[in-house]
Design a protein around this ligand. Structure first.
Ligand SMILES: [Zn+2]
Length: 246
């Protein structure tokens, strides 16, 4: 049952260069070895919401020590999926098994560069549009041969607007769910986003976070008092729980 939405918005700053790779099909001829994803219209690099969501999921899987299932052999990808609709991971991020689907309560929008960062990147001179590149000696896992590769990155200091939307379906689980989202973002700051994390890429920091709660009455009846913005997730949880007592 839809009981409302929680919209978590703010800025994510890159403390080190970020590489989120584009698929081979989008590579331009004569381009560098490993390009980043870009918006096809503006050409600005962006962060796919699925990249951030997938990283949050895997961090929470490890934190809660959940059993992993191999979903791909080469490259080896293991994630946690189960059919328990009350599972903290699957109810938050969704799951699809033979027993059925659990819809995701979390939506992560694509992250676009802030207006200020777009302006900054228009003026850099690196030979690439809005980005920089770095040589890395990548070791081939099969032949053990080192080959230098040009890796494209979004420069440190760039800021992106982020938006995470949580659907309230069960008030008993709101505190745990929002708490888990917060833990994911805290863990991510001490981990990395994107590729080449072991080489120091992808350190991020969240800032200016605002949490807006829109209860079902806001959508149904346009009640302004059913919508409220908070600085802290804890205060948002209190507000969601409030009308349980009424
Ligand atoms: Zn599960």
């Amino acid at each position: 049952m839809l009981l409302g939405k929680v919209i978590i918005k703010g800025e994510m700053e890159l403390k080190t260069g970020l590489h989120i790779g584009a698929s081979k099909e989008t590579m331009k001829i004569g381009g560098i070895d490993s390009p980043v994803v870009r918006d096809p219209i503006t050409d600005f690099p962006y962060i796919p919401g699925s990249s951030l969501k997938g990283k949050m999921r895997s961090l929470l899987e490890r934190l809660l020590n959940k059993a992993l299932v191999e979903v791909s052999k080469s490259p080896e990808i293991k994630i946690h999926v189960c059919s328990d609709k009350d599972c903290e991971i699957c109810r938050l991020f969704g799951s699809s098994t033979k027993e059925g689907n659990i819809p995701s309560r979390v939506i992560v929008r694509d992250l676009q560069l802030t207006d200020a960062s777009q302006k900054d990147l228009e003026n850099i001179d690196t030979g690439l549009k809005y980005t920089e590149w770095k040589f890395e000696n990548v070791i081939d896992r099969i032949t053990a041969q080192a080959s230098p590769r040009q890796i494209e990155r979004v420069p440190a200091g760039s800021k992106f607007d982020f938006e995470i939307i949580y659907t309230i379906e069960n008030k008993e689980q709101v505190e745990e769910d929002l708490g888990n989202i917060k833990k994911c973002t805290e863990l991510l700051q001490d981990d990395y986003l994107g590729g080449q994390g072991s080489r120091g890429y992808g350190k991020v920091e969240f800032a200016n976070t605002k949490v807006t709660v829109k209860k079902i009455e806001y959508y149904l009846e346009g009640k302004e008092e059913a919508k409220k913005e908070f600085d802290e997730i804890g205060d948002a949880i209190e507000f969601i729980k409030q009308d349980e007592d009424n």
